[in-house]
Design a protein around this ligand. Structure first.
Ligand code: AMP
Length: 320
């Protein structure tokens, strides 16, 4: 898409751009990131992939696409305290910065932005982005009170600091995609969102940093979310258009109930943009599921696009 090799200039036209050909920059403060950003030539297309680190193939698929579509690729690693509830896993969220940096360098990332929480939320911080309405208050928003306020706030801050033309997100977090899309529209943010399919393990489990919490027996049981979605998809397809959506959610619930290690949080069918519940079967539709396997809370979804094509994600190909 772009004629310019992202790493080939010395940036002599701009004093702030250091133009290191092969060296990935790691930036740890907001101030330094702002200084770097203001030094980048305006002609260069900037892409951003926000993450919380402990990277897996789901993240790396976003990086590879972003690498191909931008001159300068910024990845952020920030475990955002504002999106965790008081009883959630902030303190034990898995972290491995050295490994993450190596993976990002291999993907050709130019800059890794990894700020400290006290820098993103200094003493006196009071201004949050508050998504409202159904979208922010059902499904994940109901189970994780304040979660989307934390997500919207940090993503808005990252957009302000890095000013990307393109920002990359995974369909795995379907409600996050909807909330951020709404924020971009509502606040007239000049960024183009690029949404990528869910990347799955060979057995269908959606990749997630939280999968690291699973004991081996739980890891086997965790495929129940994917199996429930498959069962829901089959039920959806076997029923006439406009049949009650409850027929499908019941099938998903029953599937999860068949796995003793899993506790269902919700199995729902919603509009993918507004998250309003769908009473009857129609496209577009999101089949959503959240369940605990042991103590680990997992989410997953299948998307039925308006054209009737299912987006169920992609199984990660085996390494040779
Ligand atoms: P996280 O580090 O969990 O905040 O995720 C960072 C980005 O990666 C978000 O846009 C996620 O939706 C995306 N992501 C996480 N897991 C996957 C996956 N299995 N497939 C595709 N994207 C993913």
């Amino acid at each position: 898409m772009l004629a310019i090799d992202p790493r080939d200039g010395d940036g002599s036209s701009n004093a702030g751009w250091k133009g290191n050909r092969d060296i990935m920059q790691v930036i740890t403060t907001v101030q330094e990131m702002l200084a770097w950003r203001s030094g980048w030539p305006t002609s260069r297309v900037v892409g951003l992939v926000p993450t919380m680190g402990f990277l897996h193939e789901g993240h790396l698929a976003l990086m590879r696409l972003a690498r191909a579509e931008n001159d300068l690729l910024v990845a952020s690693i920030f475990v955002n305290p504002a999106q965790f509830g008081p009883h959630e896993d902030l303190a034990r969220y898995p972290r491995d910065l050295p490994r993450d940096l190596q993976l990002l360098e291999e993907c050709g990332v130019n800059v890794v932005f990894t700020p400290e929480p006290a820098d993103m939320y200094p003493v006196g911080f009071v201004t949050y982005v508050e998504p409202g309405g159904t979208l922010a208050n059902v499904a994940e928003g109901a189970s994780r009170f304040g979660h989307f306020r934390g997500v919207a706030t940090v993503v808005h801050k990252l957009f302000q600091i890095i000013r990307p033309m393109h920002a990359y997100f995974g369909q795995k977090d379907a409600q996050q995609v909807a909330v951020i899309s709404r924020m971009v529209a509502d606040l007239n943010l000049s960024v183009m969102l690029r949404i990528q399919p869910t990347i799955r393990e060979q057995d269908g489990l959606a990749m997630s940093s939280r999968n690291a919490y699973l004991e081996p027996v739980e890891r086997a049981a965790a495929t129940i979310l994917y199996r429930a979605l498959l069962a829901g998809q089959r039920a959806f397809e076997s029923m006439p258009a406009r049949a009650p959506a409850s027929g499908v959610t019941r099938v998903m619930q029953k599937t999860v109930a068949s796995e003793p290690r899993a506790t269902l949080d919700y199995a729902e069918i919603r509009d993918p943009a507004t998250f309003l519940p769908l009473d009857t079967l129609q496209a577009p539709a999101l089949l959503l599921i959240a369940a605990k396997v042991g103590e680990t809370r997992l989410i997953d979804n299948f998307l039925l696009r308006p054209n009737g094509i299912w987006e169920t994600g992609r199984v990660q190909e085996k390494e040779e």
